[in-house]
Design a protein. Structure first.
Length: 262
């Protein structure tokens, strides 16, 4: 469902009602005449829908985390806010960039349109920038020939499954973040799709190596062995970027999650 399009159409419809009432219908009604219900509702909703549309399109947009691919950073059920202007101002609905600003950096957590089906929003961490050589062999991430600094952390407990997963603290660019790596899981990538620029990736039993094309980014989930990401479906084009995630504003199951995102 394209919520931005629905919101735009609602804004357009209520806005036309507001204009029609202000400049046409109001003059035809007699003094003290009651507004028709459709004018009353349409005209009164227009300012509210307009404000929501502008805020959601150009400033911040709320999202709900639907899967565990970003555990332990983001949990299923987290409600997050995404900064819509960090990477430039884009026209709503068509998502076309009109003002260029900052570029994604390694370590950013980004919401983007899923390259395979742009009607879906995905969230992952930026691992590779345009021109980077990204290697992930035997569960160790290397960028442009430099292995990332990693140290062992406390194991992560899945409270529902009562299952511990090894946690590692990884330094990616200027960002230090937690990852989960199941050391017993195979290192290779299974079921990689035939995505655009697939020829820039080489897969083998130890993992993969990819060269990130110009204007694209390589994304991975923090839950490394439970994430369908760029290893499987390829690179994310710049035009698919939605914004940078920066805040957890609610979680029905755990209020302590509010503001815990880093």
């Amino acid at each position: 469902m394209n919520f931005a399009l629905i919101l735009f159409l609602l804004m357009l419809a209520t806005g036309l009602l507001w204009l029609a009432d202000r400049y046409v219908f109001r003059k035809r009604r007699g003094p003290g005449a009651k507004n028709p219900w459709w004018v009353e509702y349409g005209a009164s909703f227009f300012p509210v829908i307009l404000i929501v549309f502008v805020l959601r399109s150009f400033l911040v947009e709320p999202f709900k985390i639907p899967s565990g691919s970003m555990i332990p950073t983001l949990l299923v059920g987290d409600f997050i806010l995404v900064n819509k202007y960090t990477y430039g101002i884009r026209l709503p609905v068509i998502n076309k960039k009109i003002i260029d600003m900052n570029s994604p950096q390694r370590g950013d957590v980004v919401v983007f349109r899923y390259p395979v089906d742009p009607s879906l929003d995905y969230i992952k961490r930026v691992v590779g920038l345009p021109g980077d050589k990204v290697e992930y062999r035997n569960k160790r991430l290397t960028i442009n020939g430099q292995p990332l600094a990693v140290r062992r952390g406390d194991d992560y407990l899945d409270k529902e499954k009562l299952y511990y997963t090894p946690r590692f603290v990884e330094t990616l660019g200027s960002v230090e973040h937690d990852t989960l790596i199941e050391t017993e899981a195979p290192p290779f990538v299974a079921h990689a799709l035939q995505f655009p620029n697939r020829d820039k990736c080489l897969y083998n039993a130890e993992g993969f190596v990819c060269e990130v094309p110009t204007g694209h980014y390589f994304m991975m989930g923090d839950n490394r062995d439970n994430s369908q990401d760029s290893r499987v479906w390829g690179f994310v084009p710049d035009q698919n970027l939605v914004g940078k995630a920066f805040f957890i504003w609610f979680n029905f199951g755990d209020w302590k999650r509010i503001g815990s995102f880093k």
